[in-house]
Design a protein around this ligand. Structure first.
Ligand code: ADE
Length: 313
């Protein structure tokens, strides 16, 4: 027997409620929800500022981009890439994007605040890392790359400035403004991403010669970073960008005396001109091979994000 409906619109109690816009946990955040602190970093298109959520007291790093400048410099596409790639990633080794909002003049990306700043600062401060520390950081970078690639994202600008360190001295990869999202093909190893050129010293030869990057290009950068952690300087460094590029395409680099042989063997297998012959390339099998290299002996891959960082000295 149908009784008169108490609900003239005919919806039942299961109708989802539109959240009240004054509900602080759901309402979109804005500039006024944060207390801004000191500047953490400045790039050509953005400034990263420390900020505290007034409600939760949680600390974040907010990347601020000036709209006028982004449009004038034709970087709208890259800003969108950064937002879209960060939005799909959820991994301890990658900076998390919590909120985005905008006001009249600027775009705001609310990110993890990595308390210990850039890996580059530590390389400069210490000169170089020992084998134990290099292995730990290299393993964390490999784990983060493995995850990005599994999500179809090529970073394309991995370098010690873009590898941040959190309060536990674990890494957080940042700066996805020049990343490439591959179309969702099943493990597209031959996917080529076009045109962008990253930072001179870490750019892969295929990008310089064929103007195309692939997942393997991130492993070239890994080789450069591992070399730099041990040697204290990147492998390819000319007196200017052009000279640096010349050295890269000719694989012109040498190891300093005392470079540990096991690390030398790994770097030689990463700094390979042909991307498909580079250690790490070839999808899941390739990454598994990289992880099995003797350089990583003793690495607890399954617990790498719960392993205490070795003391740097
Ligand atoms: N510098 C640039 N981005 C940063 C971040 N997310 N955390 C700390 N320092 C940074």
């Amino acid at each position: 027997p149908s009784s008169p409906s108490p609900n003239p619109q005919g919806d039942n109690n299961q109708t989802p409620r539109i959240p009240a816009s004054h509900s602080p946990s759901i309402r979109k955040k804005g500039v006024n929800d944060f207390d801004f602190g000191k500047t953490l970093g400045e790039g050509s298109y953005s400034t990263v500022v420390s900020a505290i959520d007034r409600t939760s007291r949680r600390e974040y790093a907010i990347k601020i981009l000036e709209k006028k400048h982004i449009i004038k410099e034709k970087k709208v596409k890259y800003v969108n890439i950064e937002k879209n790639t960060l939005n799909k990633m959820n991994h301890p080794g990658i900076v998390r994007l919590y909120y985005t909002f905008q006001d009249q003049n600027s775009l705001y990306f609310v990110l993890d605040h990595a308390k210990n700043g850039e890996l580059l600062t530590f390389i400069k401060k210490l000169g170089s890392f020992d084998l134990i520390c290099t292995r730990f950081y290299a393993a964390q970078i490999v784990s983060a790359i493995e995850y990005m690639h599994s999500q179809g994202v090529i970073h394309r600008d991995l370098k010690p400035e873009n590898i941040l360190l959190d309060e536990n001295m674990h890494i957080k990869v940042t700066d996805f403004g020049t990343a490439k999202m591959l179309e969702s093909t099943e493990d597209g190893e031959d996917d080529r991403a076009n045109s962008f050129v990253g930072t001179a010293e870490y750019v892969s030869p295929e990008l310089l010669k064929e103007k195309s990057a692939c997942k393997s290009s991130d492993f070239w950068a890994l080789g450069c970073i591992i070399y730099q952690l041990i040697a204290g300087r990147p492998p390819f460094k000319g007196s200017n960008e052009y000279m640096t590029f010349q050295r890269i395409v000719n694989l012109e680099y040498t190891f300093p005396e005392g470079f540990p042989p096991v690390a030398k063997d790994l770097v030689q297998k990463l700094l390979v001109l042909n991307p498909s012959e580079r250690l790490g390339s070839g999808g899941k099998v390739g990454i598994a091979k990289l992880k099995k290299h003797p350089f990583f002996e003793g690495t607890d891959w399954d617990n790498i994000w719960n392993t205490p960082a070795p003391r740097l000295l």
